[in-house]
Design a protein around this ligand. Structure first.
Ligand SMILES: Nc1ncnc2c1ncn2[C@@H]1O[C@H](COP(=O)(O)OP(=O)(O)OP(=O)(O)O)[C@@H](O)[C@H]1O
Length: 214
């Protein structure tokens, strides 16, 4: 299968000079989902922030992060082509659903018609055809969650980071949205790092790659 690969080599984080994480070694192949678990404060979100180039100043880091064999830590954050999804969908409330999705599109996608076509296709894939002009507040939790994922995927990422994205959804919705996210990651060949407290998420991920921080 074509797609992207993530390799963490000796990734270590220190917080105020004390080791918090690592050294971590992990290889995640195209469409594979690795799970990061561990108690509150163990550094799960900080690991994702490090990959994105958003680590707060109290932290220092060592090790290498390769995407498709290239060292992404050498790149500025905006060039790393990372998609991230949080527990809160973070849709902008003052913009329509379509305008929210437009934020995901890279500037290289030019022209009104092309941008509109990409957004409409994403909405269709998310079972949200015709929702472009809707106010996000009028969507159900599941619809908002799917719109947020599509906004992330429109940026054409090489890597998907998920920080408890299923945490606030009720059980039935959680399972459906999880399957939706995993399916999209697999079809696009995206390696995924999933931060979760729920062992059921790790089971559903199916890779058996579970990193437990302590
Ligand atoms: N901006 C910051 N400056 C200093 N320390 C921070 C900062 N952000 C987080 N920390 C500390 O870093 C440690 C790891 O936090 P992090 O949010 O990565 O943990 P987590 O495992 O994601 O926790 P949770 O499950 O509660 O979200 C904690 O001790 C936290 O207090």
């Amino acid at each position: 299968m074509s797609g992207h690969r993530l390799d963490l080599r000796g990734v270590t984080l220190h917080l105020n000079g004390t080791r918090l994480i690592g050294p971590l070694d992990l290889a995640v192949g195209p469409g594979e989902i690795a799970t990061i678990m561990g108690p509150s404060g163990s550094g799960k979100s900080s690991l994702l922030a490090h990959l994105c180039g958003m680590l707060p100043p109290a932290f220092t880091a060592e090790g290498t992060v390769l995407v498709d064999g290239g060292d992404i830590l050498a790149l500025p954050p905006e060039q790393r082509r990372i998609g991230i999804l949080f527990q809160d969908d973070l849709l902008f409330p003052h913009l329509s659903v379509g305008e929210n999705l437009a934020f995901g599109l890279p500037p290289s996608v030019r022209g009104r018609a092309e941008r509109r076509a990409r957004i409409d296709q994403a909405l269709e894939e998310a079972d949200l055809a015709g929702f472009a002009s809707r106010d996000p507040a009028t969507l159900s939790g599941g619809q908002r969650a799917r719109a947020a994922l599509m906004r992330t995927l429109l940026s054409d990422p090489c890597l998907l980071l998920l920080d408890e994205p299923f945490g606030k959804l009720d059980a039935a919705l959680r399972e459906r949205f999880r399957a939706f996210v995993f399916d999209h990651a697999r079809r696009r060949g995206l390696p995924v790092l999933l931060v979760t407290h729920d062992p059921a998420d790790a089971g559903a991920a199916g890779s058996g790659k579970i990193i437990t921080l302590d």
